[in-house]
Design a protein around this ligand. Structure first.
Ligand code: URA
Length: 238
């Protein structure tokens, strides 16, 4: 396997550590090291990312990041918002290029599972309508679900207000009088809330428990973890 070398200043600015010009100052201050390299390090030195240390610590993966994240209530999936989900990630990742984004979005009043990455193709694979990735939601309703809801949701004929294409068939499991688990295979704007409104109901609380083969496990709201190699490579269909 060939290990790609990269200019030190390019690498550290691309990963969001500092600007290219600051690398020189950091080198002078002794903050950057590459164990085993004997010649003097310069901003333009070619290095292997996995050998570089900043303040004695190994740097972030230079390859794309693949994360499982638990979105908390009250946060939004935008970069430029005072309640951005991206504030839960290390500060320097805001300057990482390419940018980290999510596979689809959850609205402000929805909590739960999101996949995050800076690999656009991978995100697209998980969010693309063609791949019919199942999204599992836990929903608390204002009223008991009407008796024929299963049939209507599974029919593939439910039209949302202002739309011409009906929703794809969805499955419901009743968990309590006003609590259901709903599985959708598409991701339209405020889809669960609008589906429940079309059934004459109202969503009081919404949480995404699962997305494709992924579940949150014991990840707490606002927390994230790196996906393992075998998790990242999972197929979109369940
Ligand atoms: N449906 C909604 O209404 N909101 C979400 O955040 C996700 C699905």
């Amino acid at each position: 396997m060939t290990i790609r070398q990269e200019r030190l200043d390019h690498l550290l600015s691309r990963l969001g550590y500092c600007s290219r010009s600051e690398v020189r100052d950091w080198l002078r201050a002794g903050r950057i090291s590459v164990p085993g390299v004997t010649e003097r390090l310069r901003s333009g030195s070619k290095v292997n990312a996995d050998q570089v240390r900043v303040d004695g610590e190994a740097i972030d993966p230079a390859r794309p990041l693949y994360l499982l994240y638990h979105k908390a209530l009250g946060t939004v999936c935008a970069h430029d918002d005072p309640h951005s989900i991206y504030d839960d990630l290390p500060m320097r990742w805001r300057y990482r290029r390419p940018v980290v984004s999510s596979a689809g979005r959850l609205d402000r009043d929805t909590s739960g599972l999101l996949l995050l990455s800076d690999d656009g193709q991978w995100l697209h694979r998980w969010s693309h309508a063609r791949n019919l990735v199942p999204r599992h939601y836990r929903v608390l309703l204002a009223e008991p679900l009407r008796n024929d809801a299963e049939q209507i949701l599974a029919s593939g004929n439910l039209l949302l207000e202002g739309e011409n294409t009906p929703c794809k068939p969805a499955q419901v499991q009743r968990l309590g009088e006003r609590e259901i688990r709903l599985t959708l295979r598409e991701g339209r704007y405020h889809e669960v809330r609008r589906m429940m409104a079309a059934l004459g109901n109202h969503v009081q609380a919404l949480h995404r428990e699962g997305f494709g083969p992924f579940t949150l496990g014991d990840l707490q709201p606002g927390a994230w973890r790196f996906l393992q190699e075998n998790e990242m490579q999972q197929e979109t269909a369940e």
